[in-house]
Design a protein around this ligand. Structure first.
Ligand SMILES: [Zn+2]
Length: 454
């Protein structure tokens, strides 16, 4: 089977690339018609089960937001010249912008412009999902050229009760044990961070559905974060069946293959992927789990702690094109998609080969020893998925940009406060200094997100 597949892989790479080009122009977000259109196009390849979860539905600590849709957006100078045009790039609009139609001064306009001073020729990708705002993203070079004027700003969007959409595809194997393969479908026109994972899983599903398998395979096409939280909330009963999982993202750039381990660190999926990479003959990188990144943050939250890792190429925040207009159809290449596909397939092939061999030995960890009177051990009072940190004032308003220090520290503490890791352990693991860890832990305790046990 592997041998036959090797011959087909370049062709599969082209097929993935073509699908990516087709999906690229769509303005996606965490909700709305862009997601539906994306799911419809994937459905032409694999029979997706589609779900619509209404606005205001409570999912763990989160609430399904209003649905966002957009028709057009632009900024015009007083002489009628359109200087920013959503139709030229959907990254120009702050994703989830509320509707606007007014004339503003240069200084008011500047309050709503986002740029990348260090990458002055690129348009950034920015979002404002949970904080009502409007804005435009432009190149820093354009920003520097703006002159005093009365600017007409129009964002023809709607933010109304609706639903969050996601798709799922299930392939029944001989056994009820499942392999979970998940990607996100919420980014607008960006290829490596977003679409590469979507097209890889679509092709993998297409291929696997024709092959008898021992495991069952569950493919998720969900909006990042809120979609993973929604899926986990609605499928808690199904969680024990998940034996292995991978998050597919950033699988089409020229970087070497890299694997971010599951939170468990030595699960069968971790050993299997590392083995495949070792035997690939290619360079590779292995990274420990950290509670930042993509949906592994939710699947590996301490209340689930699923054996879900992420096999990708460049780590999202490590390539300069990340979250910019340069993450485009030129940046991702069919041959890298093909290579990633082949590695995913080898992982699955190996899991199938080893089915039933590895006993799921789960050794209980001991409570940590506390060797300093300063050290403490907490448990998260909200262990299933991340709590919604903006409720307690530590999360960023602007999405797509780097996390602030307190938010980052909170994610580390909440993810590892499982009664088995002390604050000192968390400091060592995260590289965040102990004083900062302790301060934020105290804040989280005050906000009733943590309980001290030692
Ligand atoms: Zn992203």
């Amino acid at each position: 089977m592997m041998h036959k597949l090797e011959k087909e892989i370049p062709e599969i790479g082209n097929e993935m690339y073509d699908l990516m080009v087709k999906l690229y122009p769509i303005c996606r977000s965490i909700t709305g018609n862009g997601v539906r259109k994306t799911l419809d196009i994937i459905s032409e390849q694999i029979p997706l089960e589609k779900y619509e979860i209404p606005t205001a539905t409570q999912v763990f600590d989160w609430t399904i937001p209003k649905e966002w849709n957009i028709k057009d957006a632009y900024v015009k100078k007083s002489n009628g010249e359109k200087i920013i045009d959503f139709k030229k790039s959907n990254l120009h609009v702050l994703n989830y912008s509320i509707p606007v139609n007014k004339t503003v001064s240069l200084s008011e306009l500047k309050d709503h412009l986002f740029t990348l001073p260090d990458q002055p020729t690129l348009i950034p990708y920015r979002t404002s999902y949970y904080y009502e705002n409007w804005g435009f993203c432009i190149t820093h070079n354009q920003f520097l050229q703006l002159e005093e004027d009365d600017y007409e700003v129009v964002i023809d969007s709607t933010l109304e009760d609706g639903s969050l959409s996601y798709g799922e595809y299930f392939i029944k194997g001989e056994s009820e044990d499942e392999v979970l393969l998940s990607c996100y479908i919420c980014h607008p026109s960006m290829c490596n961070d977003n679409l590469s994972g979507v097209v890889l899983l679509t092709s993998l599903a297409k291929y696997l559905k024709n092959i008898p398998s021992k495991y069952s395979y569950r493919f998720l096409f969900i909006p990042e974060t809120i979609g993973a939280i929604t899926w986990l909330f609605r499928n808690e009963h199904n969680i024990p069946k998940i034996k292995h999982g991978l998050i597919a993202t950033c699988v089409g750039d020229s970087g070497v293959s890299s694997y971010k381990k599951s939170r468990q660190g030595n699960a069968e999926i971790d050993r299997t992927v590392i083995d495949v990479l070792k035997n690939s003959g290619d360079e590779y990188k292995i990274m420990d789990y950290e509670p930042i990144g993509s949906d592994e943050r939710q699947f590996c939250s301490p209340g689930f702690n699923l054996p879900v890792g992420s096999l990708r190429r460049s780590d999202a925040r490590m390539f300069p094109e990340y979250h910019t207009s340069a993450d485009n159809t030129e940046f991702v290449k069919a041959k890298y998609l093909a290579d990633s596909f082949s590695k995913y397939f080898k992982v699955i092939f190996k899991l199938e080969e080893n089915f039933g061999i590895h006993s799921s030995k789960k050794h209980e960890e001991e409570l940590p020893e506390i060797d300093s009177k300063n050290d403490q051990v907490f448990v998260s009072l909200n262990p299933k998925c991340e709590p919604k940190l903006d409720k307690i004032g530590v999360y960023r308003k602007l999405g797509g940009a780097a996390l602030n220090n307190d938010a980052l520290t909170s994610l580390w503490i909440l993810n590892y406060s499982d009664g088995k890791h002390s604050l000192h352990d968390i400091s060592l693991r995260s590289g965040i200094n102990f004083k900062q860890i302790k301060q934020v832990a105290e804040l989280l305790q005050k906000k009733k997100l943590l309980k001290q046990i030692l």
